[in-house]
Design a protein around this ligand. Structure first.
Ligand SMILES: [Zn+2]
Length: 105
């Protein structure tokens, strides 16, 4: 699925929300645009001791994903075992949490 990213109206740099000004050129007019939710795992960690709210979900995997646009986003892996370089696809965005499904080998 596509995700929403912010794009600077002046220099067209793109970012993951929340941002209030462009970190590249300091312009304050940002627009929400769709972007591909496909990417590869840059790094990951497995959570065994979680905050109280998530204790029923351990162990779970937090992945750092490089999206096709060159943006890096933190998310949760819905299933499978994380591996650096693994292809993933965003399946839902829950508030500020990005959920990724494994995609391909
Ligand atoms: Zn800018």
């Amino acid at each position: 699925m596509n995700i929403s990213v912010l794009s600077c109206e002046k220099c067209c740099a793109a970012f993951i929300p929340p941002k209030y000004i462009c970190p590249v050129c300091r312009h304050d007019q940002l627009t929400t645009k769709p972007a591909s939710g496909s990417g590869t795992v840059y790094s990951y960690t497995t959570i065994h001791v979680a905050p109280e709210k998530f204790t029923d979900q351990v162990p779970y995997h937090i992945v750092l994903v490089d999206l096709e646009q060159g943006l890096r986003v933190t998310g949760r892996l819905t299933s499978g075992t994380p591996r650096i370089g693994k292809r993933v696809e965003c399946s839902r965005v829950d508030g500020s949490v990005y959920w990724f499904d494994p995609a391909g080998p």
